[in-house]
Design a protein around this ligand. Sequence first.
Ligand SMILES: [Ca+2]
Ligand SMILES: [Ca+2]
Length: 177
Amino acid sequence: MRTEATKRVALVFSLLDADGNGVLEADDFELMAGRVVEAAPDADEAAKDAMSAAFRQYWTTLRREADANGDGEITFEEYTACVLSPERFDATIDAFAEALAALGDPGGDGAVARPAFVALMTAIGFERANIDALFDAFGPSDADRIQVATWVDGIKDYYAPGKAGIPGDHLVAGTAL
Ligand SMILES: [Ca+2]
Ligand SMILES: [Ca+2]
């Protein structure tokens, strides 16, 4: 496992812990899903529902795969062991990545404009400068748009235990992890 991957998921853990109590539970995912959906006012209801469903799937997968003592809370160690095991988490992160990127493409033309990207990533809790660095690393077009597929692949790479030097590493820059 790469240090980079551990840093990436440590950041996501801290952001997902929406109530800041140091563990993940169902409420964190409800809070986060609400915030993210609100950040995409132009998306249609089906896309918003898919995002909420993807957050629920994220949680139920953790609950099923990672909550060894069944207390309904996921510690950082439990979280890392699950999300950095592709055989346990791939299907969940695929669904999550597709839903998030689709929210950023309300027109359905396969491209995401920077403002939509920034709004969604800010809702999750990433730093603005890091969000822009990530968008730039995805190689935006002259119209300052990236491909949905590029973002989906970037999210999958973010959770890949063996990857380093990827665009997603921009998100952890300057954080104390
Ligand atoms: Ca929490
Ligand atoms: Ca537990």
